[in-house]
Design a protein. Structure first.
Length: 338
C-alpha cells in the first residue's frame, strides 16, 4: 500500500475538489487525548569504471573516489518583484498553469497537531503549515479554498515533488543539502531544534539518560540519522509517522520519541503525562518544497513569505499555533543566492 491520499479541503462552507485515489486509509487513535494516525532509498552496487584504451586486458580501473559529503545548504531564489494581483498570474508561468487547473495541489500532513492535523470535530486539516497553504492559494486565486491537500508520509515528500504529483510540499520539511539535490526550497519560514519527548515519570532530562534504550522517530526523517550517530547505543525504532511513535510511547514500548521540537510540542500539548526535554540535538529550518523545474513558483512563494513576514501574519500564525513552546519559534530573515 502506498502512503498518500488526496484530500479535499473545506473552505467558505463548500468543498473545492473531489477527493481522488485514496490510496491508504487514515486511522485515528485517541490515546490520553492524543490524535494519532498511521500516516505512511534505493542503492545499488557500485559498478567498476571500465579501464581506458591503454589498459591491459582483464585489468580493472581504480575505484572512482567517493564524492565529498554534501554539507553546504544553498540559499533560495529571490522574488522577481511585487506579487501580481490574484487571478492575474503572468502568462506562461507555473502559477498561470495552476490557476488554469483551478486548484493548488499541496503535500501536507494530517497527523501533526499544531502544524498539520485533521481536527476530529470538524474534519478539516488545520495548523501552522496549513495557514501557509491558504496564504499561497489566496495569492494565486484570491480564494483560500482553491486548494487540494495531498496527505504525504515524511519519506514520500521529495518523491511527490520529483514525480510532480504536487505543486508544493508544506509539511514540516527541513532543508538539507542532500534534499536540495532534488527539491528547490523556499526561504525558511520556521526555526526548529531536534529534542526528546519522554514520560514525566521517567525522570529523563537528556538523550544520554536513554542510553541503550528504544527511541522512536519517523522513517526517512533527518532525526533518524542523528540518533543512530549518537555514541550511546540507542535502539532506534522508525515508524511511518510521529503519531505512531507516540502510541508506542504510551504503550511503554519505547522510552522516548525524538523529532523537531515543534512537532513534539503538539504531542505534549495533548498528553499531560509527557513533556519535551533536553538540549537541542540538531537545529533545523522548515521551508516549502517545490520542483527545481519551477523556479518561478519558488520565487512567487518567496514573495508571499516576504509579505507574510512584513505584515505580521506569519508571526501571528506561529503565535497562535506554537505558543506552547517558549520562546515561540519564528521565521529567520530571508537570504537569497541571486
Amino acid at each position: 500500500m502506498s502512503g498518500t491520499a488526496e484530500i479535499p479541503a473545506a473552505g467558505h462552507g463548500r468543498k473545492d475538489v473531489t477527493g481522488v485515489n485514496v490510496r491508504r486509509p487514515a486511522v485515528y487513535l485517541c490515546v490520553a487525548g492524543v490524535l494519532a494516525l498511521a500516516s505512511l532509498l534505493l542503492t545499488g552496487p557500485a559498478v567498476p569504471t571500465p579501464a581506458g584504451p591503454g589498459a591491459a586486458a582483464g585489468s580493472s580501473a581504480p575505484a572512482t573516489p567517493a564524492p565529498p559529503p554534501c554539507t553546504e545548504i544553498k540559499a533560495s531564489l529571490r522574488p522577481l518583484g511585487p506579487l501580481p494581483p490574484p487571478g492575474a498570474m503572468p502568462a506562461g508561468s507555473t502559477m498561470a498553469a495552476i490557476a488554469g487547473r483551478g486548484r493548488l495541489i499541496v503535500g501536507v500532513d494530517q497527523g501533526k497537531y499544531l502544524t498539520g492535523y485533521r481536527n476530529p470535530q470538524t474534519g478539516v486539516i488545520e495548523g501552522s503549515d496549513i495557514d501557509l497553504v491558504r496564504q499561497i492559494t489566496t495569492a494565486i486565486f484570491g480564494d483560500p479554498s482553491r486548494m487540494q491537500l495531498v496527505v504525504l508520509n515524511i519519506a514520500d515528500r521529495a518523491k511527490a515533488i520529483e514525480q510532480k504529483r504536487v505543486d508544493l510540499v508544506i509539511n514540516t520539511f527541513t532543508v538539507t543539502c542532500a534534499r536540495q539535490k532534488t527539491v528547490e526550497f523556499s526561504t525558511p519560514y520556521l526555526t526548529t531544534s531536534q529534542r526528546l519527548l519522554v514520560p514525566i515519570a521517567s525522570g529523563a532530562t537528556e538523550i544520554e539518560d536513554l542510553a541503550g534504550q528504544r527511541v522512536c522517530t519517523s522513517r526517512g526523517s533527518v532525526t533518524e540519522a542523528k540518533l543512530r550517530a549518537l555514541p550511546i547505543g540507542l535502539d532506534v525504532v522508525t515508524l511511518q509517522a510521529i503519531p505512531d511513535c507516540m502510541v508506542e510511547l504510551q504503550r511503554g514500548r519505547v522510552a522516548g520519541v525524538s523529532i523537531d521540537d515543534v512537532i513534539l510540542a503538539g504531542l505534549a500539548a495533548q498528553d499531560p503525562q509527557v513533556h519535551v526535554v533536553g538540549r537541542g540535538l540538531d537545529p533545523g529550518l522548515y521551508a516549502i518544497g517545490a520542483n527545481p523545474q519551477s523556479p518561478d513558483l519558488v520565487r512567487f512563494v518567496n514573495a508571499v513569505l516576504e509579505r507574510a513576514r512584513a505584515d505580521g501574519s506569519l508571526a501571528a500564525s506561529n503565535e497562535r499555533w506554537l505558543k506552547v513552546l517558549t520562546p515561540v519559534p519564528q521565521s529567520p530573515p530571508a537570504t537569497y543566492r541571486d
